[in-house]
Design a protein around this ligand. Structure first.
Ligand SMILES: *Cc1c(COP(=O)(O)O)cnc(C)c1O
Length: 572
């Protein structure tokens, strides 16, 4: 039913699309003609026939290149986290292009910022946040949204740490630096009022303001201990944006502490607790902890709820406030499947997604499961206070002091397009972000994923899936009983290469490193009684997110065709 809001793999919905596109052009031109209607026309002459022919010819050349693009709108595309975009998202995006606002400033985006705020509120509601207290903005993608979290967590920790250093230096406390670095804003403001600490005094003790070299000597010379280098706790299933952020923000790669994964590839909460205790023991503050709700590799969902319980316990019982960020770039939209309806997600995944609203900050990627064109990510915080970040001023722009809009100085990116905001705004109105709308499409992808997995299981008796599938990504390998991992990986590589060379289906691959996925690799290889003699398990990865797989008979025939192709590639 909802696929009526997509163009269709063969342009089946052409008529509806033409009508809506016509509506967009009509309104865009009408808006132009009605703006300063009294002005005399600058007398634009239309292009002559030669120039028109030039444009047409170049468009033909252009399409010759463009048509070689991977057809991700096809049902046969089951590779990466990309599929067709919805018509409302496309129209919302395109409509914004014609007026081209820049979200960097209210001066050139009065409507754009309104659209952004309302679209962010829709996303906030979807993940269970209270729009009145939440804040957020659109980014170019999940990577930058994760950087936004990093930036703000660092800002907060730097304040608490600077206050701690000041209190220690002046002899007002005997607490350890770890406890001081996690003291919370209430304590921060209480101390600052009690002792009349001003912001300049804190800046002198801030590692962000002073830089690592000066702050290292301050700690050594004045406080008589080494600067307590903060650590970031990231699960072994992390996206590569996390090591990138360590690199960009200048913390050592060694300061990214991996939390161990269980055999399902989910973060092990006991290991998380051990990491926090290790940090406390070494008196190194935890800048932030990251949970992943829908990993890039397997679509696995960490127990965000259990992690939230752990952080609540630290806050309540020990006054230790640790920033908890959830990277829900891929999975966040699954929240729509259980809002106002029943979800096909496993119970534990529902509980995990239900806890997104308890985290300090969340990354979403509308350009993945939101069926929105690139580039569109989003960063959200539960509480406005967590949105604070170092103010950087530019004298030529007016800042919104009321802070009801994300201003130019509070985002990592400068100029920002409102296309993503427009796309999310329009699509969330037409296709509500609950079980009746968007959630129905995602539930359908979950059902198709199950159908695919069942069919594969029935068709091959030597197929081995990664355990604990949480969402709509299927990963598997084919192996002979007793075969070594190295030999199995080689064979899998050959099958993947054959898919790459064939036009019929697009799949993807992932190598599950033994370093992060030890328990899972042992489990899977153990199932075929093999030996782990390689540093990774190579799997065929299929992301099932096409909105066109609702019709059971067509889908069944397509999956049969896939099974036949896989069989022929595996036997060759
Ligand atoms: C895709 C993804 C990202 C990065 O998002 P981009 O939009 O590619 O920048 C980060 N984390 C996870 C879990 C992802 O799936």
């Amino acid at each position: 039913m909802h696929e009526s809001l997509f163009l269709g793999p063969h342009g089946e919905n052409a008529e509806f699309f033409r009508q809506i596109w016509g509506e967009l052009l009509h309104r865009t031109l009408q808006h132009r003609s009605e703006t300063f209607p009294g002005d005399s026309s600058p007398g634009i002459t239309p292009p002559d026939s030669e120039r028109i022919r030039l444009v047409e010819r170049e468009i033909a050349n252009f399409f010759q290149i463009l048509q070689q693009e991977v057809p991700t709108f096809s049902n046969r595309y089951l590779g990466h986290m990309i599929s067709d975009v919805s018509i409302p998202a496309l129209i919302g995006n395109a409509a914004v292009l014609f007026c081209n606002p820049n979200l960097a400033s209210k001066e050139v985006a009065s409507a754009g910022l309104k659209l952004e705020m309302q679209a962010i509120n829709e996303l906030a509601r979807m993940i269970g946040l209270e729009p009145a207290s939440a804040r957020g903005h659109f980014t170019s993608g999940g990577t930058v949204a994760n950087f936004e979290a990093f930036w703000r967590a660092r800002f907060r920790l730097d304040h608490w740490l600077s206050m701690g250093a000041w209190l220690l230096e002046k002899g007002h406390t005997s607490e350890g630096i770890f406890a001081l670095a996690h003291q919370g804003w209430n304590s921060f403001y209480r101390q600052s009022e009690r002792f009349g600490v001003d912001i300049a005094e804190l800046a002198e003790r801030s590692y962000v303001v002073q830089g690592p070299w000066d702050i290292a000597s301050y700690y050594r010379d004045t406080l008589r201990f080494d600067f307590p280098q903060p650590v970031v706790l990231v699960p072994g299933n992390k996206h590569y944006s996390w090591p990138k952020s360590a690199n960009v923000f200048g913390i050592s790669e060694k300061a990214i502490w991996p939390t161990a994964l269980d055999r399902f590839g989910r973060v092990c909460i006991a290991s998380l607790r051990r990491n926090i205790e290790k940090a406390r023991q070494q008196q190194r503050p935890v800048m932030m902890n990251v949970s992943v709700a829908g990993t890039t590799e397997l679509g696995t969902v960490d127990a965000v709820d259990a992690a939230c319980d752990l952080f609540d316990e630290y806050r309540r019982q020990e006054n230790i406030d640790i920033w908890h960020h959830v990277d829900a770039a891929y999975g966040g939209y699954f929240c729509s499947t259980f809002r106002g309806g029943s979800s096909l997600l496993p119970e534990r995944a529902i509980a995990a997604f239900g806890a997104l609203a308890r985290a300090d900050s969340v990354t979403l990627d509308p350009h993945k499961l939101g069926f929105v064109p690139y580039a569109c990510g989003a960063f959200l915080v539960r509480d406005a206070q967590a949105y604070s970040v170092s103010q950087v001023s530019a004298p030529y722009l007016i800042e919104d002091k009321k802070n009801d809009h994300p201003g130019w100085s509070t985002t990592l990116e400068g100029s920002r397009s409102a296309t993503g905001a427009g796309a999310v705004w329009l699509s969330s109105r037409v296709l509500p972000l609950d079980a009746s709308g968007h959630g129905a499409i995602l539930n359908q992808t979950l059902a198709t994923t199950q159908q695919l997995a069942d069919k594969l299981q029935r068709s091959f008796d030597n197929i081995y899936f990664t355990p604990g599938r949480d969402t709509n990504i299927v990963c598997f390998t084919l192996a002979h009983t007793g075969a070594s991992l190295r030999e199995t990986n080689r064979r899998t590589g050959v099958v993947i290469d054959r898919f790459t060379g064939s036009p019929h289906f697009a799949i993807s691959r992932t190598a599950l490193g033994v370093k992060s996925y030890a328990a899972m690799v042992d489990d899977v290889v153990g199932q075929w009684h093999g030996v782990v003699d390689d540093d990774h398990l190579l799997v065929i990865r299929m992301v099932v997110m096409s909105p066109y797989l609702g019709d059971a008979a067509t889908t069944d025939a397509l999956l049969d065709e896939f099974v036949a192709e896989l069989r022929s590639f595996a036997l060759q």
